[in-house]
Design a protein around this ligand. Sequence first.
Ligand SMILES: [Zn+2]
Length: 241
Amino acid sequence: MKVTYIEHSGFLLDTEKEYFLFDYYKGDIPDMDRNKPLTVFVSHKHSDHYNPEIFKLLDKYPHTKYVIAKGVPLKYYIARYKDMGINLEESVMSVVKNNVYNISLFNGNEIKVTTLKSTDAGVAYLLECGGKTYYHAGDLNLWLWEGESRKYNKNMECAYFTELEKLKNIHIDIGFVPLDPRQESNAYKGLETFMEYTDTDMVFPMHFWGEYDIIKMFIKKNHIYKNKIKVIKNKGQVFKI
Ligand SMILES: [Zn+2]
């Protein structure tokens, strides 16, 4: 298995049998084997999680499917591709929060996709495939801010715990979870809480706006997780697992 860090919250997961691309918005997508199925996930419409360029992948990789949270603007692209003779609608599955989807891939494998409700916009994805479980948070995080009211931060905590509760009793092999330096003194809390409340083997921090050092700082403070947190050092870095 291989994980490529593209940029921000964008990752390519290569399970050997299939590819999963999460929240691509910029950076280089590695060349892939066009005979293997590719599933592209979009957690929500924010421009740091969604770039309509992803639809071009269908030209190059015919076995591509899209799993896209409701609310992401699609109409324009569906019409544009129709003009080019490509029926994008056939390849796109629009998903809503708190639901389960079984999707058949072109290689005959089935994947199960469970959606959670983000504490920001859209959904987080839990993906089960080939006996493994993967989690991509999108913008589901403990968004505590120094400048916010106590009430706001309290409600945020409640909302985050409600979602983490859904991951209880689920073993996660690989998680992709925000670690955002903009939250200042609150920056570590989302990931710390995630590590504490879920049974996750390995986590790739994301959404750190190019401030790679925050990962090392997080590990320094949370030494118990040092074998579980992957240290990302640059764009395009490939992790063999
Ligand atoms: Zn974001």
